[in-house]
Write a protein that binds this ligand. Structure first.
Ligand code: NAD
Length: 287
């Protein structure tokens, strides 16, 4: 049984707390969040046992401490929790970018601690806060671990087993490789969804557009309801990968625009067909 501390009691931190409790893996859950309302809701909902007044005291006596804050707050949260960690505490994060997190942890500790394990659950929703947390959030989803050179194998094995106990499938990869992949599958789509909705809101007939939107609009724009702070942090932390892909996407859109203006309809149709075939081919692998 593990004593858990969660720094940043939002959707992911709250869901992990609920899931580990449901799996019978934790004996006590403490938490700290800069927003006391999350602590009050967490206690009320039975997600946590104790809400601490600061990060370090929430981590004292914990076996595993989870940083579940927006990625650009990683350094600040790690610095704040540091005094509460012992030699045997495992520190883990859940951030959506991994190169920036490893860099921030290195800057705070002077080196990457052997018992720091970088993790990214490939599960979530567009909702934020502990009230939206769910114990089943990770079941059937992947969790990517990006072990580092000095990684303690015991800490890695414990983290792997915690995620597996909540129904996740754990994979390991290099941090830079992770950031390139998730820039494509997750970070760029969020940028495009925000940009699309923002462009529509500024059209002269915007007031007529939204009431007439259907299922396709809802599907395509769902992720534009995600936390702007979280996605600002992710795009900023992974800006080289995201801007590279965004430039390619802009080029692709310009090509489509040219095809339409020149009325080269068979070529436009071919591109739509190529995209649909690719999606169908990969659909079974998409969680
Ligand atoms: P969230 O907004 O629901 O929760 C984040 C919490 O962190 C908030 O309650 C906020 O008050 C708190 N916080 C911010 N800075 C803090 C600080 N310095 N000290 C203490 N608390 C602080 O966000 P979330 O969706 O739970 O995301 C948390 C992390 O999980 C992010 O790094 C995100 O990239 C990652 N993640 C999110 C998803 C998703 O779909 N939401 C999926 C995978 C990973």
């Amino acid at each position: 049984m593990t004593r858990l501390a969660v720094i940043g009691l939002g959707l992911i931190g709250g869901s992990l707390a609920r899931a580990l409790r449901a799996a019978g893996r934790v004996s006590h859950i403490a938490a700290y969040d800069r927003d006391p309302e999350q602590g009050r809701r967490g206690l009320e909902l039975g997600v946590i046992d104790r809400f601490a007044g600061d990060a370090a005291s929430s981590a004292r006596d914990a076996d595993v401490v989870v940083l579940a804050v927006p990625v650009l707050h990683t350094a600040e949260a790690a610095e704040a929790v540091r005094a509460g960690l012992s030699d045997r505490t495992i520190l883990m994060d859940v951030g959506s970018t991994k190169v920036s997190v490893l860099g921030d942890i290195t800057r705070v500790f002077g080196d990457l601690p052997a018992r720091f394990v970088a993790a990214h659950p490939i599960a979530g929703t567009e909702k934020s806060g502990v009230a939206a947390s769910r114990s089943e959030l990770f079941r059937g989803h992947r969790v990517v671990l990006t072990p580092h050179a000095g990684q303690d194998p015991g800490a890695l094995a414990t983290v792997r087993s915690l995620w597996e106990s909540v129904g996740a499938r754990v994979v390991e990869m290099d941090a830079a490789c992770h950031d390139a992949i998730f820039a494509a599958t997750s970070h760029l789509p969020h940028v495009l969804a925000y940009a699309f909705v923002d462009m529509l809101t500024r059209l002269p007939n915007a007031a007529d557009i939204f009431p007439n939107a259907g299922g396709g609009f809802r599907d395509f724009t769902r992720i534009a309801s995600s936390s702007p702070e979280m996605w600002h942090d992710i795009v900023r932390a992974n800006r080289v990968e995201v801007t590279g892909l965004l430039e390619r996407q802009i080029g692709e859109l310009q090509e489509l625009l040219a095809l339409m203006k020149d009325e080269r309809w068979p070529e436009l149709l071919m591109r739509f067909e190529r995209a649909r075939a690719a999606r169908e081919r990969h659909l079974s692998q998409i969680e």
